[in-house]
Write a protein that binds this ligand. Structure first.
Ligand code: GSH
Length: 300
């Protein structure tokens, strides 16, 4: 028995070391590092925000809640922007990022602050100190807890269906897609485990996310938007994540929970779509990328 456990333990360690090596090799290969600062939109216009994001996906616009938050925010604040579709990650190794006057700025939260500091986007007005504090906590919960729960479900355990429905239609084929499809499930389960949430059963993880959703639904109540009658930054953040749960064409536990228990969140998604995304269907279809693909994507 001890020997079996011992062997299991070591085979687990070997598999993990193998996966970690693959991930590290992939993420930090010299060519990748070199490309990270290459402009995805070299022929840019002054003060136009070029939003570098993944190729689009059917029904949900993008698989990245962070890119959807940022793009919704740019629309909310009427910032002049253009999407650039790419699979090239930023120097911090993530998507989305922006290119502004030849400079790359990663991370949706840093970008929003930078745009405000540079006078390219207005700040939220009419948000009290208490509301701002609650908004901050909602954002932190969604970005560091709820999203890990629903990512764990889709990337860790339902990748094949997710890949066929959301990635295959408009993403190019190639090495990174192969990696995403076949290695990411293991890499994500390892990531969730290191995060801590992945040490629980899938049922428990789903229940944690339901608690977050119940709290968010309670905070919205009967209001049209989270801070009152008109949308603000936090609405864009929440919208980005709710789309991943409500509109994803997969039977996720979070979608079922929202439909059965948080009707106001489902209505909120539709309200945000009407307000900021009258072109939602067009922007969730492959043709919207015509003329807007980065060279790095076309080269693949
Ligand atoms: N804090 C970042 C999070 C961005 C993020 O996690 N992006 C994901 C795609 S949705 C990513 O690039 N993941 C790759 C990785 O973290 O290695 C933001 O707000 O922009």
């Amino acid at each position: 028995m001890w020997l079996v456990l011992h062997c299991l333990h070591w085979s687990f360690v070997i598999v993990i070391v193998f996966i970690v090596s693959l991930v590290l090799l992939y993420k930090f290969a010299p060519a990748r590092r070199q490309n990270a600062t290459e402009l995805q939109k070299p022929n840019y216009e002054t003060d136009v925000v070029y939003l570098v994001q993944f190729p689009c996906s059917p029904l949900i616009r993008t698989i990245s809640p962070f890119a959807l938050k940022l793009e919704s925010y740019l629309r909310l604040r009427n910032v002049r922007y253009e999407p650039v579709y790419s699979l090239q990650f930023s120097k911090k190794g993530q998507i989305p990022y922006i290119e502004l006057n030849g400079e790359q700025i990663p991370d949706s939260n840093i970008i929003i602050k930078e745009l405000q500091d540079r006078g390219l986007a207005s700040r939220d007005d009419n948000v009290s100190g208490d509301q701002a504090a609650v908004n901050h906590l909602i954002q932190i919960s969604l970005e560091n807890h709820t999203s890990t729960a629903y990512f764990d479900w889709r990337y860790g355990y339902h990748m094949e269906e997710f890949f066929n429905k959301l990635i295959k239609p408009f993403f190019p084929e190639g090495r990174s897609m192969f990696f995403f499809r076949y290695v990411q499930p293991y890499a994500f389960r390892l990531k969730s485990r290191m995060h801590g949430i992945g040490r629980h059963t899938q049922e428990e993880v789903a229940k944690f996310s339901f608690q977050d959703l119940t709290a968010i639904s309670h905070l919205l109540g009967a209001k049209p938007f989270f801070n009152g009658d008109s949308p603000s930054t936090i609405d864009c953040t929440i919208f980005g994540h709710l789309v991943q749960m409500v509109l994803l064409p997969l039977d996720t536990p979070q979608k079922k929970f929202i439909k059965e228990n948080c009707k106001n969140l489902e209505d909120f998604v539709e309200r945000m779509k009407l307000r900021l995304w009258p072109d939602w269907d067009d922007m969730s279809c492959g043709d919207c990328m015509d003329g807007k693909k980065a060279l790095s994507l076309l080269r693949r």
